[in-house]
Design a protein around this ligand. Structure first.
Ligand code: DGY
Length: 319
């Protein structure tokens, strides 16, 4: 049997992962950093494995086009809402992702967004570029982290890493919500509460939850109305856990103080989108895992997942 054929869906994939794959496989690297679905489907048939450096929906259509040779789907991401995992597995195809290796970089960016949004960093810069340079005692006042209640929605690895970081900021308490109380929460001195309790108590509401049918648009007019007026909302999970229209209304009407967003819906956000015009929305373009070391680790982990699966060994992080 010849070497397995692997399709890599971005020519901007970190080299370390590609080097690992090349030791045992022949690679088809699509000559674009972020190809369209059509470009991917065109070259997909006949490959033994796909390495997803960029998100693409792997559903029945994708799998039908790939054909019977496809044995492995390896995503270079922790989140896997773009993969129809039950359908992939039903066809006997192995599927894996890269959790854990990005936990600290995503947690760091959550703290960055929380601080930037609460201290009005973007608004300040905007005013400077508009020539508003005079200061006065009550100009651009923000809200303090010290003494605050931090509410974390989704207390997985990333939620816990955010809690650990924020404990250093002299906060008053951490509450979290999710499916169940966790030992990690007890160890961190965090309190398990209902979503409604969390919304009512928290000065900072941080979404660190994956996108599922349960979390889809869980932040909406109703949930924003239950937050404090001084609340800062941070999202490092997925854009679709938020009803964007409701968030725009909450920011415009000052139902909440500000938002810090790494993920949005739609993504990418059109450059003329209303969210980008609001001074109290701090937005970055899905940079949570975008550090050199983290992306290298993601690419080598996804490559190792793929090689293991092709060799009949367990993936490091199977789905
Ligand atoms: C992830 O890995 O899920 C990050 O959001 C990057 O896609």
């Amino acid at each position: 049997m010849g070497r397995p054929r692997v399709l890599v869906n971005s020519n901007d994939t970190p080299q370390k992962g590609l080097d690992l794959l090349k030791t045992k496989c022949d690679l088809t690297i699509i000559p674009s950093p972020n190809p369209t679905r059509e470009e991917i489907l065109r070259v997909l048939p006949g490959h033994d494995a796909v390495f997803l450096a960029m998100h693409v929906n792997v559903n029945s259509e994708f799998l039908n086009v790939a054909g019977p040779t496809l044995k492995v789907v390896s995503a270079m991401s922790a989140g896997y809402d773009h993969l129809d995992v039950p359908e992939i597995k039903r066809r006997g195809i192995k599927v894996g992702h890269t959790p854990h290796v990005l936990t600290s970089s995503v947690a760091d960016i959550a703290v960055m967004l929380l601080l930037n949004a609460s201290r009005r960093a973007f608004e300040g810069r905007l005013l400077l570029t508009q020539g508003h340079t005079q200061s006065s005692p009550q100009w651009l006042l923000g809200v303090d982290v010290k003494g605050s209640t931090i509410g974390i929605v989704g207390f997985g690895n990333i939620g816990q890493a955010i809690a650990k970081r924020l404990k250093g900021f002299e906060i008053s308490k951490i509450v979290y919500t999710g499916h169940s109380r966790k030992k990690a929460g007890d160890d961190l001195g965090a309190e398990f509460v209902s979503l409604d309790e969390l919304l009512a108590q928290s000065d900072f509401v941080i979404a660190a939850t994956p996108l599922t049918t349960e979390t889809l648009q869980m932040f909406n007019d109703n949930t924003f109305s239950k937050m404090k007026n001084n609340a800062v909302f941070v999202n490092v999970g997925r854009g679709k856990v938020v009803d964007t229209g409701a968030l725009v209304r909450a920011l415009k009407n000052k139902t909440i103080f500000a938002a810090g967003l790494d993920v949005v819906d739609p993504e990418p956000l059109p450059s003329d989108h209303e969210l980008l015009k609001l001074p109290n929305s701090e937005i970055i373009p899905h940079l949570g895992s975008a550090t050199i070391d983290t992306r290298n680790s993601m690419s080598t982990t996804a490559a190792q997942n793929l090689l293991n699966a092709l060799e009949g060994k367990p993936m490091i992080y199977p789905l």
